[in-house]
Structure formats: C-alpha cells, structure tokens
Design a protein around this ligand. Sequence first.
Ligand SMILES: C[S@@+](CC[C@H](N)C(=O)[O-])C[C@H]1O[C@@H](n2cnc3c(N)ncnc32)[C@H](O)[C@@H]1O
Length: 262
Amino acid sequence: MFFSTVPRQFCISDLNNDLIETYLSVRDSWNKVESVMKKWEISKDNYNKIKSYKPRNKINKAARFIWLNRLCFGGLYRVNKHNKFNVPYGGGDRNPNILYKNKTLKKVSHILRTSENSKLTMEVVTADFENVILKAGKGDVIYCDPTYSNVNRGQFDRYGSIVFDWNDQIRLSQASLLAYERGATVLISNGKFPELLELYPSAYRIALSKKKTIGNTSQNPMNHTEYLFILDPQKRTELWRAYSKTVNSKMSQGEYQNTQIK
Ligand SMILES: C[S@@+](CC[C@H](N)C(=O)[O-])C[C@H]1O[C@@H](n2cnc3c(N)ncnc32)[C@H](O)[C@@H]1O
C-alpha cells in the first residue's frame, strides 16, 4: 500500500524493531545493505548459516533480515521465545535476485528520503499502533495491516513474541473509530472472521477473495478471502463502489475471485 501510493508525508510504524531498523538502514545505506546480501550464496546450507549468524552492525542486520525473508518458507517472519528467527528454508523460485535486478532497495531508499530537507513529516518508527493512530486527524489516511486474529487467538502462539490477539483487535477498532471521528479516513485489511463485523458496524466492507500460494512456489494456489474495512468521514460510497469494481475487473484476470461492497 505504502509503496504503491508514495505519500508525500507519512509515518510508517510497526512494533517489530528489527523490521523498522531494516527500513532505516535501507533508507540511509541501501547500497551497503545490498552489497552484503549479494555476497551470500543462495543455498539451503548457507541459509542455515546466515540464520544462526548474529550480526553486530545495522547494515549486516538489515541484510540478514531481507535475505532470510526472501529465502524462508512463505516469506514468513516468526521467532522463538528467545527472539531467534526460526522459519525453515523455503526452496522454490522465491529468492533475493529480483531485488537486485529491479533495484528495489535503491527505489525504497529514494521514496523514504524524498524531500528529506523539506518540513514534511517522514517518520519510520517502532511503536504500538495506538500511539501512532492517536496522532492522526482531519485529512489523514491510515492504513493498518494487522496480523489476522479471531476471538480464539490468545497471548501465546506459534508466531513468537509479537502476537496480535483479540484485545488488540478491539483496541485497533476503538482507536480507528476515534480517528475517524476526528476526520481521518481509515482502511484496515483483516481476516474474514464474522466477529470482526461487530467491531466495525459503521464501516464499508469489501470482501476480497484471491488465490494464494503457500510456501515458495507458484503451484496449487488456494482461495483465500479477506475483509477490507473502510471508515470514511466523507462517506464516499461511490468512490468505494468504484474501487470495488476495479478490484472486480482484476478478478477476471485471475487475481481476485469476488468482491462486494456493503
Ligand atoms: C501482516 S503484518 C504487516 C506487514 C506489513 N504490511 C508489510 O507489508 O511489511 C502485521 C504486522 O503487525 C505488527 N504488529 C503486531 N502487533 C502490533 C502492535 N501492537 N502495534 C504495531 N504493530 C504491531 C507485526 O510486527 C507485523 O509486522
């Protein structure tokens, strides 16, 4: 969402400090990060070596974070209780080469730095979502992409230390509603759980059903439905209906299976 809209002013935030530090290192030293990554041979053996390697500086940390993400199973991020990354090797056609070919890190760095000297707000921060949403007001647009959870998701589970549980879902809906009342437009992608409908009674809702693959191959995609909740103080029903139609037309190209707007 962020890289396809490229807002002039922004605040990107996440509770995962390793992820935010990666953004900052790419912003400030993309070429150093890329040259470290390029030195690492792409193989299962080397993946396991880099997985156990503990980098001491920010450049190597960022290189390791991105490199492992491109080679691990399904691009997952999961750590054990000692905060150690523990996703196995993915195999298949997903690897870091596409980043070098498309100059992705250079482009990301450029977007994060644009108008660095101006007075525009351009923040990349480690924070809980509530603290960031609190700052939003009239005219701002908030996009949240929480980890999907339903009422049964508790504090401890297989995804490690940062768990987005049902209490977080309630906090997110309340913070979003307050921001909406202050005049911000809020978009939230979420899982297709019926309980969520009660948290967003006044939101437009679009159901997106797309083909998703598990693991690192493009074989055997499965249908996967998600909700997009939209809180729009300007109540632009037509705009969201049109958006819904655009997504629908992508559906006929095989990207999305069905779309509807409430
Ligand atoms: C589905 S991922 C979003 C990934 C992101 N859209 C991206 O493309 O990189 C959900 C994210 O929520 C973050 N998260 C979990 N709890 C959070 C919290 N309380 N505040 C802020 N971020 C949180 C996780 O660290 C994770 O990166």
